[in-house]
Design a protein around this ligand. Structure first.
Ligand SMILES: Cc1cc2nc3c(=O)[nH]c(=O)nc-3n(C[C@H](O)[C@H](O)[C@H](O)COP(=O)(O)OP(=O)(O)OC[C@H]3O[C@@H](n4cnc5c(N)ncnc54)[C@H](O)[C@@H]3O)c2cc1C
Length: 376
């Protein structure tokens, strides 16, 4: 938006810009959006271009190729599939903002509410400060305050799924686990994803498990390795090697919400997890937020009027965002399936659900989208 000549102020509740020390996958459509805002080339230098993605059976380690991430992916989509250390993504994006407007990001600035008055938004911060502007974009995550004030809906829900998250120095795992690729271990009640970050210096571990009840005090807490090993009892030794090698594990609850039928209400709209929080099983939550941002900026440039632009943005994004969320939820029964207990049933299920054609159908529409040229 700053690039297109709009003045923007960003209000962030945290006292400093930090991200969880974990990895994130940025598929070609996300990298196209990053390129559109001038952040792709820098991020590419800091990230890891894994060669391929594989699926492995939880107990035997039997392996199936999922898709190419290297040159074949670039040839097909124009951009690579990167695996990125989250703090690097945040730094690159924040730097891109500060280059254009050094004082744009306000920290310790928690939004408490807003009202629309005389064709303006009056934003109230928790510290009592009031800020006036032409429009408000709520990109305040799954428990968005702006969403609560613009859409009448229910609060976020724990879906009975949680994730163990850790980063592991690559030199602390055996050599056969150091290959530059992303791996999805699939099993009866959980799945384990790992991929290299930072030119292969570290490995990201993201291990999802079904846990019907969340009984921790917070949605994210320090995890105990013994409990993580227990969650993956019977899984391949490589999975336990990774758990053991993690210097630290976080135990993290997923949160979901019902899909929205509207994002925009007058001069306020929503973006990212605030309007389409998702299970990360297509690895598209942040990527969709990036696409949202580019499309929203284009709508403001094209239509000028904030209310019209917000309505056009909603029209351009809502169906795609909600289809992604539904697709990610659908992936649960492919990542976790009781058929994986029986080697023959597992083979049949994987041949059907993870075949090249099935995978293409699930990902092609995501990866080929161009946020710079999509109809608005
Ligand atoms: C385990 C896991 C793995 C994932 N993997 C991937 C992946 O590989 N690829 C991918 O694309 N996505 C992935 N995602 C999803 C991705 O992390 C999210 O979709 C993305 O972070 C959403 O970004 P956001 O900016 O909308 O929200 P957030 O990242 O939640 O940011 C919201 C910001 O708003 C601030 N805020 C909240 N309330 C207020 C307030 N009242 N006032 C001021 N500030 C406020 C918060 O402090 C925060 O900085 C994954 C998610 C998880 C949990």
């Amino acid at each position: 938006m700053l690039q297109r000549g709009f003045d923007v102020e960003i209000f962030e509740q945290a006292s400093e810009l930090t991200e969880v020390g974990a990895g994130i996958q940025i598929s070609p459509n996300g990298n196209r959006a990053l390129d559109s805002i001038g952040a792709f080339e820098t991020l590419k230098q800091l990230s890891c271009k894994a060669e391929r993605k594989e699926v492995r059976l939880w107990n035997s380690g039997k392996t199936w190729k999922l898709f190419d991430l290297g040159p074949a992916g670039v040839a097909r989509y124009g951009y690579p599939y990167l695996t990125v250390y989250r703090p690097d993504l945040l730094t690159v994006c924040a730097d891109a903002v500060r280059r254009l407007k050094p004082e744009a990001i306000h920290l310790n600035a928690r939004i408490a509410g807003f009202e629309e008055k005389n064709g303006q938004i009056v934003l109230s911060l928790e510290n009592g400060q009031k800020v006036t502007g032409d429009g408000l974009i709520g990109c305040d995550g799954v428990n968005s305050v702006v969403r609560r004030l613009t859409a009448a809906d229910e609060p976020s829900q724990y879906p009975g799924l949680m994730i163990w998250r850790g980063v592991i120095p690559l030199d602390s795992v055996p050599t056969h686990m150091r290959e530059s690729m992303a791996v999805n271990w699939i099993g009866p009640n959980g799945h384990v994803v790992h991929y290299p970050l930072r030119e292969g210096e570290i490995l990201n571990l993201a291990a999802t498990i079904e846990r019907p009840v969340w009984d921790e005090d917070a949605w994210s807490v320090e995890g105990r390795k013994a409990q993580c090993h227990e969650d993956y009892a019977g899984w391949h030794d490589d999975v336990h090697t990774l758990i053991e090698a993690a210097p630290r594990l976080l135990k993290w609850a997923y949160l979901t919400r019902k899909p929205l039928t509207r994002y925009s209400n007058g001069r306020a709209t929503l973006l990212g997890d605030a309007c389409h929080p998702t299970l990360p099983f297509l690895a598209q939550g942040a990527v969709m937020a990036l696409e949202d941002g580019v499309v929203l900026a284009r709508c403001l440039e094209k239509y000028g009027d904030v209310e019209i632009a917000f309505a056009k943005y909603e029209k351009a994004r809502l169906v795609r965002d909600n289809a992604m969320v539904a697709g990610a939820t659908d992936m649960t029964s492919r990542f976790h399936n009781q058929d994986y207990r029986d080697p023959e049933k597992a083979d049949a299920f994987i041949d059907r659900e993870w075949s090249a054609e099935a995978v293409e159908q699930r990902y092609e529409w995501l990866f080929t989208y161009n946020c710079d040229t999509a109809e608005i």
